[in-house]
Each structure stands twice: as structure tokens, then as C-alpha cells.
Design a protein around this ligand. Structure first.
Ligand SMILES: Nc1nc2c(ncn2[C@@H]2O[C@H](COP(=O)(O)OP(=O)(O)OP(=O)(O)O)[C@@H](O)[C@H]2O)c(=O)[nH]1
Length: 399
């Protein structure tokens, strides 16, 4: 890549902002007057662009829907008539609930384009309905009452209320069973729409709050991409390097390595190997006692702050026992002989449905000649080497 392209890649955003500030200062264009009243549109526009470039269809669709309803409320006069605005808000809330159940995909993929088509079809249908049969539709929306039997009593809800409640409840259930930040973000967006419809929260405020939230969700997912290990879900090596910057003079580092992991991969396939990595990572994060990171391959590090090496050793010993006592159960998909020709030839070699996994651990603490985290890690590595040579499934301390 030519150097000027590289230079442009890193500097275009500050340059654009600098140009905007210069234009503002020279009174060529009043960006601030554009920004303040249109803040919700700016925030939602940014989250839409980020959603598209991050291949997050859920963020992109949510931003696009909220942007559409906000801009329509600002510009389309027919939306202000009667109950149309309320109907549009209810429709967006239903769409957000559906988005909560979908998986992230690129907007430019087949299913992404199909979803886009479904959104446009709804907008078209709404517009067509308002021209052909506005009154019956509005009457049905505002006058239909749904009776819901509750213990000891029957409660009547308006259709509007039922739609918002159902959308919020479904999204809440999905977030409880599959907890992740975007699900809870979508729930909050639905509640903001309900507050606009039921309690008169201005759409500008609801759209600005939702735009801010969606941008924070994009930032959060960017952070996870950078600092979390995708396979195991625990902090990655990059997070470890950052964490070292926060350590004081006294600390302890343990290197944890899965024993005979290559054999596990070779016998049962990489899918089972990945399952083993996830299980071990979960146990290290839960019982390791310190801050756990995936260092690379089948190697993890656990960092302990302070001087208390005995406490660290006690937790590591407990963690080693937990891992050794927790047989890795093969999932049916991993056992599926149809998975690969290799697994077919390996059938019967696994010794049943559970595999015993063990780890070896090397530990070193700062002090004496060991000052920097790199020196302590090197010492922990040599202790790990002793643990492996000593028969594995043990914790060895650097002396
Ligand atoms: N399934 C899976 N395997 C991985 C991953 N990263 C590294 N590996 C495998 O981990 C294995 C590491 O093997 P070795 O370094 O020889 O260590 P080992 O077999 O555990 O032997 P000891 O450490 O001496 O007990 C290699 O086969 C790698 O392919 C991963 O993300 N998933």
C-alpha cells in the first residue's frame, strides 16, 4: 500500500473534523445549528453507519427504524393525524422485538436484504392503508380492548398497550435466555417507544436516548472484539498486556497449560478440542482466584495482585482439582460420525462420552531478581516446564 494511502487511512477523520471546525470558524457553514436540533438524527445516523460497517444487522436495523420514525414524525404531516403516530410506534416496537430474536448478519447478505425488504414492505403497507382505509384501521387500533384473565380478576388492556407489553415481554424473555448487551439495548428502545406513546415522552428525547445507547452498544462490541477471546469468552492476550500496565510492585503470575491437548485434538477433532478449551477457560475464570486471560493456543495466564502467594497457590490448586474432576462430555454434534471422515475412523477410540482433562500450572511472584511482568512470566513458564516434566496435572512454584 502506498504510504500516502496509509496516511489518509489514519488521518481522514481528524481532517474532516478539522475542516468542519474551520468552516464553522470562518462562518462558511453553521454546523452547530445543524447539530443541535438534529442531534437524534445525527446519533442514529452514526449508529446506522457503524452497524453497517461492523456487519451488525441488528444495530443497523434498529437505528434505521428509529431514524425513520423520528424523521417521519418531524416531517410527515399525516403521521400527526389521530392515532397514526401511535400505530407507527407500535409497529416499530414489534420490529425491534423481532430483531431481538434474529442473529447478526451483514445487511448486504441475502437474508439481510430480505429483512430490509420486509421493513420497506411494512412502510409501504402503512402508507397504502392510510390512503385507502384510514378510519377503520385507526378505530381498530385505538378502540380494540383485549381482556386478559389474571388470577382472581380480568384486566382489560387497549390494543396499543398489549402490543408494547408483548414486544417488551418477548424481548425481555429472549434477553434472559440469551443474555447479551444488544438484547437489553433493544428492550430499552421498546420501553422508550412505549413511553413516547403512553406517557408523552417527546420523540426527540426518546430518539436521542436510543441513538446514544446504540452507539454505546457498538463501542461495547468493538471493545469485546478487541479485548475478549472469541472462542472462550474470557479476556484475550491484548487485555493481558493492558492489565499489566495497572500492576503495582507485588504480583504473582500463573501459566496454566492443558495437558496432552494435541492428543485430544488428534483423537476427537478440533471441535472437541474447542469444547475442552471453553470448559477449562470457564473453570480458570471461576476458580483461578485472580484475573484470567487466554494467552494463546491452550495456554492461559492468571494474574494475582499483592504479596499473598499462599492464597494464590490455594486457589490454583483448587482450580486444578476442579478441572481434573470435571470430565468433558462430548456433545452429540461433536460425536456425530457424519461430521467428518476422520471422526468416523475414530469411532470407539474416545472411551465413551466423557474425557478427563487436566492442566499443569507454573507460578512465580515478583520480588528479588524478578521485577518486570515479563521476567515473572518467564519464571512461571520455567515452573510450568517442571510441572510437565514432573508428570503433569500439578502446580509448580518457581524457586
Ligand atoms: N481445538 C483447538 N486447538 C488448538 C487451538 N489453539 C491451539 N491448539 C492446538 O493445541 C495443541 C498444542 O499442542 P502442544 O503444544 O504440543 O501441547 P500438548 O499436546 O498439550 O502437550 P503438553 O503441553 O506437553 O502436555 C496443538 O495441537 C494446536 O493445534 C484452538 O484454538 N483450538
Amino acid at each position: 500500500m502506498p504510504p500516502y494511502i496509509q496516511w489518509l487511512r489514519y488521518s481522514w477523520l481528524p481532517l474532516v473534523l478539522l475542516a468542519c471546525l474551520a468552516a464553522q470558524y470562518l462562518s462558511w457553514f453553521d454546523f452547530l445549528s445543524l447539530l443541535t436540533p438534529r442531534l437524534p438524527a445525527v446519533l442514529l445516523g452514526i449508529s446506522l453507519a457503524l452497524g453497517i460497517s461492523f456487519k451488525s444487522s441488528r444495530i443497523a436495523f434498529t437505528s434505521a427504524l428509529l431514524l425513520a420514525v423520528y424523521l417521519s414524525a418531524e416531517t410527515a404531516s399525516w403521521l400527526h393525524r389521530g392515532q397514526w403516530f401511535s400505530l407507527a410506534l407500535g409497529l416499530v416496537a414489534c420490529n425491534l422485538a423481532a430483531i431481538a430474536f434474529s442473529r447478526d448478519r451483514s445487511l448486504l447478505s441475502g437474508s439481510g436484504l430480505l429483512l430490509l425488504l420486509a421493513v420497506f414492505a411494512q412502510i409501504g403497507a402503512l402508507y397504502a392503508l392510510q390512503t385507502c382505509c384510514e378510519q377503520p384501521l385507526i378505530d381498530a387500533w385505538s378502540a380494540t380492548v383485549v381482556a386478559i384473565p389474571l388470577p382472581g380478576n380480568e384486566v382489560q388492556f387497549s390494543l396499543e398497550m398489549v402490543v408494547f407489553l408483548a414486544a417488551a415481554l418477548l424481548t425481555l424473555l429472549q434477553s434472559i435466555f440469551r443474555p447479551e448487551p444488544t438484547g437489553f439495548g433493544l428492550l430499552l428502545c421498546i420501553l422508550l417507544l412505549a413511553a413516547t406513546d403512553r406517557f408523552g415522552l417527546p420523540i426527540q428525547q426518546a430518539a436521542a436516548a436510543a441513538g446514544l445507547l446504540l452507539n454505546l452498544l457498538v463501542l461495547r462490541s468493538a471493545y469485546d472484539l478487541a479485548f475478549r477471546d472469541e472462542l472462550t469468552g474470557i479476556p484475550s492476550r491484548r487485555a493481558y498486556s493492558r492489565y499489566l500496565l495497572t500492576l503495582g510492585r507485588h504480583f504473582c503470575i500463573a501459566v496454566v497449560d492443558i495437558d496432552h491437548f494435541k492428543k485430544l485434538n488428534d483423537r476427537h477433532g478440533h471441535q472437541v478440542g474447542d469444547q475442552g478449551l471453553r470448559m477449562v477457560a470457564g473453570k480458570i475464570a471461576r476458580f483461578g482466584g485472580g484475573r484470567a486471560f487466554r494467552y494463546g493456543g491452550e495456554e492461559f495466564v492468571v494474574v494475582f495482585r499483592g504479596r499473598d502467594r499462599d492464597r494464590a497457590l490455594h486457589s490454583l490448586e483448587q482450580m486444578r482439582e476442579k478441572i481434573a474432576g470435571y470430565p468433558l462430555r462430548l456433545r452429540s454434534s461433536a460425536r456425530d460420525p457424519a461430521n467428518s471422515a476422520r471422526s468416523r475412523s475414530r469411532r470407539g477410540q474416545g472411551g465413551g462420552n466423557a474425557i478427563k482433562t487436566t492442566v499443569s500450572v507454573g507460578v512465580a511472584s515478583s520480588g528479588g531478581k524478578l521485577r518486570s511482568p515479563e521476567e515473572v512470566l518467564r519464571a512461571a513458564d520455567s515452573a510450568l516446564y517442571r510441572a510437565k516434566r514432573g508428570g503433569r496435572n500439578r502446580v509448580c512454584v518457581h524457586s
